[in-house]
Design a protein around this ligand. Structure first.
Ligand SMILES: O=C(O)CCC(=O)C(=O)O
Ligand SMILES: [Fe+2]
Length: 390
């Protein structure tokens, strides 16, 4: 194997709590940003404080039960609506069921055609999604205006009922995440609407979204109990484990792979391009986890809903009465899913836009002779802005 000198050397050491990233202040955020840019992932430690993890987990487990009941109710309502429309109709999950929606695709479906968003019944856990460190990192990588485009509260890695074989331990499920997942839950003849799109290869050199896995214990996450597999640096590789022409076996180990370790309550965050895989859990305890995707305002979330987690629709919604109890920070992340709420574009950028509009001729004057195009790294640009001399 050739030596890959463009990769960060740190992941060759076990990735864990102390990977050299300072544990407070702006230096901590910078460490995560650097890790995301170089390796394609980072672990934000203990976003949920140690003594709050159990309560967050209990809230999630209860929420899962309530969601089952919600979905059953929505299912019955859908059937009832169909009966009213056409008493003769055979009630099933065929694509015809969604004909009215397909005839008017611009209008997002309302409940019960849309399904309740997983976050709606996990109000204690939900608030951590707006934790300042997580938002700071996501906004710095994506845009000041971010929103959550996917919430799945049932992403546990469960203990195996039977002994796990060596072959099973060697098996991977390498993929990148939506919108870079090349298998993309595509349409078929019966269900042409069933798709969620994929960015075409070669992927633009741009982080379009951040997937997060929230490890909710009860154990700290290790390679033994389901620590997510990653291939550091793979977010920059034009190939993809699911690329049809790339000759990669998505179920075999890949040189350079490693498994994430993190204390319970931590958040694994990755560029959606990163090659990663779920892992077997050899412990007797469930590795409770939530998967959540943060995206910038410009990335359509309409193509990604509950289909992925076995639901019926592309669209999910948060009930207004649940949303009303969210903190203002959390509301910003979910308001695009709430009937009657407007997701005003780019609130965080409006100040910069106003300044750009108000710049006078005098402030722009100069001959540009000092410019060396391509000669400034983003870190220097940020430093100069902070010092007021950009
Ligand atoms: O459970 C994990 O560790 C990874 C989950 C994952 O890759 C996914 O949900 O797309
Ligand atoms: Fe994934």
């Amino acid at each position: 194997m050739t030596e890959q000198t463009n990769l960060d050397q740190r992941p060759r050491l076990p990735y864990s709590i102390g990977t050299g990233i300072p544990k407070q202040g702006q230096a901590e955020i910078e460490g995560y940003l650097q890790s995301l840019r170089l390796q394609g992932f980072c672990v934000i430690e203990r976003v949920i404080p140690q003594d709050e993890v159990a309560a967050a987990r209990d809230n999630l487990l209860r929420g899962r039960q309530l969601l089952l009941e919600d979905r059953q109710r929505e299912h019955c309502q859908r059937i009832e609506l169909e009966r009213q429309r056409n008493p003769q109709a055979e009630i099933n999950d065929s694509p015809q069921r969604l004909d009215p929606w397909r005839a008017d695709p611009a209008a997002p479906p309302l409940p019960p055609q849309a399904e309740i968003c997983d976050i709606a019944r996990c109000e204690v856990f939900a608030e951590y999604l707006a934790a300042p460190r997580v938002l700071q990192v996501a906004r710095a990588i994506l845009d000041p205006h971010i929103r959550i485009l996917q919430t799945e509260v049932n992403k546990s890695s469960r203990p195996s009922a039977k002994p796990i074989s060596a072959e099973q331990l060697r098996s991977r499920g390498w993929h990148s995440d939506w919108p870079h997942d090349l298998t993309a839950y595509g349409p078929n003849e019966e269900q042409p609407w069933k798709h969620c799109g994929a960015v075409a290869q070669p992927f633009p050199d741009l982080c379009m979204a951040l997937s997060t896995v929230w490890y909710l214990g009860p154990e700290d996450v290790t390679p033994f109990n389901g620590g997510t597999w990653v291939v550091p640096g793979s977010h920059k590789d034009p190939r993809n484990p699911r690329g049809p022409e790339d000759g990669i076996d998505s179920s075999a180990p890949i040189p350079g792979e490693l498994q994430v370790s993190a204390p319970a309550g931590s958040v694994f965050m990755q560029d959606t391009r990163l090659w990663h895989s779920g892992a077997r859990n050899q412990s007797q305890y469930e590795r409770t986890a939530v998967v959540c995707r943060y995206g910038p305002w410009w990335l359509s979330g309409n193509e990604f809903g509950n289909l992925h987690s076995g639901g019926h629709t592309l669209r999910t919604y948060v009930p207004p009465e649940v949303y009303a109890n969210f903190s203002p920070q959390l509301q910003l992340l979910y308001r695009h899913l709430v009937a009657g709420e407007m997701d005003v574009l780019q609130p965080g950028n409006q100040e910069a836009a106003a300044r750009a509009q108000s710049l006078g001729r005098a402030e722009r004057s100069g001959d540009n002779s000092q410019l060396v195009v391509g000669g400034m790294r983003v870190e220097e640009w940020e430093r100069r802005r902070a010092e007021g001399c950009a």
